[in-house]
Ligand binder design. Structure first.
Ligand code: SF4
Length: 340
């Protein structure tokens, strides 16, 4: 065996990546845990104490490894718009997503003096990105040919340079395969991991409500920023006949989040004037039709007066607020016809 090597383990906090890190550490590799923050994860802005989440952060000291967190940028969002290998069951472009993250990892190898990259992937575990052909595409297109090790399933795959160069003894690697979690749980027990996490989950792109909202923006050719990726997490979303998107907050915390995000994304905000009701965010700039709809939708979910249902309209960077009225709340039929 040659000198001790250092590797990135792509670390989601889920059981598979935890086991991959632990196994390689046992085999004498110095591990750096590398986590990529998705554009909708945590809170946006400087006040992001919630990322990385404690469940992820606490694992690094347990493993005795350093955790490196990198943000995915605008180029990730643009990849989402038109992924070369398509989407999975929702708006999750898992193959392109992995290629993207692993390419970024490839770009960081010199800086951290890393010799190879490892993941917790298991052949056949996920239908889209963990098929044999997809795993090969991911290795090739990320620029990690021969330098991408999947230690939990390595014996089901062709030997990599990592094994051929004897940086890691292939005989010590595993042959997990398929969807069963049993071998992972047994390995966790062998490693005395008492509270094994589940599979990482938490990717909003796999959730149909989030996916519909995102795809509707892409289909409308809307530019998407990090702030807009966060806006999709909150409220009820409608698309009006004139092509505007209306986001109606559902509760107090969503009011706060949407107000903060409206400033970051320069979106106009409508709030009830003098009566209790939800905040509404508009994309893009308001038209007469979209304002009318925004006001009626807010009135439907709030407690408006019987007449003079008044709203305040604020457009970031556009001077003092304006005011407008609507004559009645939206009907359920009107809302159902436009909800995304
Ligand atoms: S589930 Fe989400 S984070 Fe995971 S590979 Fe697919 S798109 Fe990427």
């Amino acid at each position: 065996m040659s000198e001790r090597k250092r590797a990135f383990v792509m670390f989601s906090g889920g059981l598979d990546s935890l086991l991959a890190a632990r196994l390689l550490k046992e085999l004498g590799i110095e591990i750096l845990l590398l986590n990529f923050r998705l554009p909708f994860s945590g809170r946006l802005g400087n006040e992001s104490p919630d990322y990385p989440p404690s469940a992820l952060k606490s694992r690094a000291p347990e493993l005795g490894c350093r955790l490196i967190v990198e943000d995915l940028g605008q180029d990730y969002i643009e990849m989402l718009r038109n992924p070369k290998h398509g989407y999975g069951k929702a708006a999750n472009p898992c193959i392109d997503c992995k290629v993207h993250m692993l390419s970024k990892a490839r770009g960081l190898m010199n800086r951290y003096d890393v010799s190879f990259v490892a993941t917790g992937e298991v052949l056949g575990q996920r239908p889209m990105s963990q098929r044999r052909d997809a795993m090969r595409i991911i290795e090739r297109d990320s620029g990690l040919d021969g330098l991408l090790l999947r230690p939990l399933t390595a014996k089901n795959l062709k030997p990599t340079l990592v094994e051929e160069n004897r940086w890691v003894d292939r005989e010590q690697l595993l042959d997990f395969r398929g969807r069963s979690r049993k071998p992972q749980l047994e390995l966790a027990a062998r490693f005395k991991i008492n509270d094994p996490p589940g599979s990482a989950g938490g990717c909003l792109l796999t959730e149909s409500a989030y996916a519909k909202r995102l795809v509707a923006r892409f289909e409308a050719g809307r530019p998407m920023t990090h702030a807009q990726m966060h806006i999709l997490k909150y409220g009820r979303h409608f698309k009006t006949r004139d092509g505007a998107f209306i986001v109606v907050s559902r509760k107090e915390q969503e009011n706060d989040a949407l107000k903060r995000l409206a400033v970051l994304s320069f979106n106009p905000v409508v709030t009830p004037e003098g009566w209790p009701g939800p905040l509404v965010l508009l994309e893009p700039q308001p038209s007469d039709g979209s304002l009318e709809f925004a006001g009626r939708a807010a009135a439907r979910y709030g407690k408006p007066p019987l007449k003079n249902i008044t709203f305040r309209l604020e457009i970031p960077g556009n001077g003092p607020p304006a005011f407008f009225e609507v004559d009645r709340p939206a009907t359920n039929e009107e809302l159902e016809a436009t909800i995304i």
